[in-house]
Ligand binder design. Structure first.
Ligand SMILES: [Cu+2]
Length: 114
């Protein structure tokens, strides 16, 4: 797979890091859903996740004591061994992310927003 630019134009497509908001705040017919990605064994599970616009993704650290982070276009978590990090995706597109510590080991993931 060829390398992708993670901080390119797609960064402008992310509204920002946010915790889950009341569904009533969202426009459109789709009620927002929350999705979980687990960090374990130096991998993201699932590595590719398809969601709908307005949904949130919460990454959950389950690989202590190994530290990881979640770094993508317009979002970046702390580097930590335990915890969680939530992003709401407000635009359609494909958003590649990775752990900066383990990117060379292939710790990469992708959120596809439809
Ligand atoms: Cu990592």
């Amino acid at each position: 797979m060829r390398p992708r630019t993670l901080l390119g134009p797609a960064a402008a497509l992310i509204a920002g890091v946010a915790i889950a908001a009341p569904t009533a705040a969202l426009e459109g017919a789709h009620a927002s859903s929350g999705h979980i990605v687990t960090l374990k064994n130096i991998r993201f599970h699932p590595a590719t996740l398809t969601i709908k616009r307005g949904d949130t993704v919460t990454w959950q650290w389950r690989d202590a004591p190994t530290e990881h982070n979640v770094t993508g276009p317009g979002f970046k978590s702390r580097t930590m061994a335990k915890g969680s990090f939530t992003v709401r995706f407000t635009r359609k597109g494909t958003f590649n992310y990775h752990c900066t510590i383990h990117v060379s080991l292939g710790m990469r993931g992708k959120i596809v927003v439809r």
